[in-house]
Write a protein that binds this ligand. Sequence first.
Ligand SMILES: [Fe+2]
Length: 181
Amino acid sequence: MRGTVLKLWPEIEWIEDPELREQTLQTWIRAFELSPLTPRDLLEIPFTLLIPGCKVSFMSHKRVVVHIARKAAQAMQEFFGDSLPINLDTVIAGAILADVGKLLEYEKVDGQARQSQRGKHLRHPFTGVSLAMMCGVPDPVCHIIAAHAAEGDLVKRSTEAFIVHHADFMAYEPFKNLGAK
Ligand SMILES: [Fe+2]
């Protein structure tokens, strides 16, 4: 499973701190152990169930969010320097883990992914934090998982969480236009 996750997520190698890199990898491995979904499913199921007919896969969306978040953080570091401290490892690990809880939010029925009963009770920001804490992921990264989606609008987001939140939404909200009449 280790090799499979690293193939699915080459961006894990971007995390410089070896401990955080391992914790991030272990969280994804644990999620697959507990999930009805397989790594192959993530290459096939749509990234959101909220947009009917969406053709973008779960992995394509998750990976683009990590790429956007990293590049945004680097641009901010370049222009703001010490005026706005940003931990790049935290941004990258947080972006990689933001949706790991979806592995416990979804189930597969007749080959289609849908929200499970557990997912209705606990959306992925909650199950994601649970998985990450089990694997020793530090609090600033768990904070990103907790606050990346709409639930986080009630939370005072860290700089790193703002970056991942906006990267996630800019890669999601334009798709709503495609469904608009
Ligand atoms: Fe999410």
